[in-house]
Design a protein around this ligand. Sequence first.
Ligand code: SF4
Ligand code: SF4
Length: 167
Amino acid sequence: MDFNCHYVARLFCDYGIRYAGGLDMHSKILILRFPRTEVQKPLVCNLVKRFDLTFNILNATILPRKEGVMVLELSGSRKNFKEGVNYLKSQGVSVKNASQEVKRINNRCTHCGACTAVCPTGALSVQRPEMRVEFDQQKCSVCELCIPACPTRAMEARPTRNQSFFE
Ligand code: SF4
Ligand code: SF4
């Protein structure tokens, strides 16, 4: 099930984009994975309330096993950013730097369709009547579910930048 902006607003309290300026400001795009037990909790709201951070949700999805995956841009002072990320981790949320992208190595793809069964965003889809599998990177949330699902190892995650959370 996709959870669109409206659904995200209900679950995670969408504060929208607020520009964060200043000398010590830090901004990164992060991939958050929420265990199914934490999906309903307002953890992202707490980043605003407790750590004075701002966020912009770029993509959010509930996976088949009810875990949540969210890609968001998080901004705030370096100190608050670090404390906010540590808070999420303490709540069991996996936090990764989204300085990577998922690509398809087209000459490895046999168009078997296995990846379309796990892709939660529709980035991988079967085009009829040709029955070719198309990859729309604009829809990709970098959840990486397609990587182990692909029998020919056609889907790969690649770094786009070499950055750490707190550099
Ligand atoms: S699972 Fe791999 S080989 Fe099959 S359609 Fe998807 S990318 Fe292509
Ligand atoms: S990483 Fe793969 S499964 Fe996840 S959204 Fe992108 S194409 Fe779909």
